[in-house]
Design a protein. Structure first.
Length: 103
């Protein structure tokens, strides 16, 4: 499986949070439903939600670790190559300025 970009990873995390929240609300609403089948289904859903919460927390932790590592690498690069960093920032600023100026 390919790596998710930062924006896609954040969107996935937000989407999973919404699904978990909706599923928990559904469980609360159907809690009064009687029947062995309904109780078994609620049990399976609850265990799935617990696993999803754990997986989501692990994904968030991994994203934080990667973001911190990227920040440290960027900081190290800027300290080791200050003039290159200024040049790159200037180039990005120029491109952004040109794009904004076209509108």
């Amino acid at each position: 499986m390919s790596e998710l970009s930062g924006a896609n990873r954040e969107k996935l995390i937000d989407d999973v949070r919404v699904v978990i929240s909706d599923a928990e609300e559904l469980l609360r609403i159907t809690a009064s439903q009687a029947g062995e089948g309904a109780a078994a289904l609620r049990g399976r859903i609850e265990s799935g939600l617990k696993k999803a919460r754990v997986d989501l927390a692990q994904l968030q932790d991994a994203a934080v670790v990667k973001a911190k590592a990227a920040g440290r690498a960027t900081d190290d690069f800027v300290h080791d190559n200050p003039w290159q960093a200024v040049g790159v920032a200037s180039g990005i600023g120029l491109v952004v300025g040109l794009l904004i100026g076209r509108r």
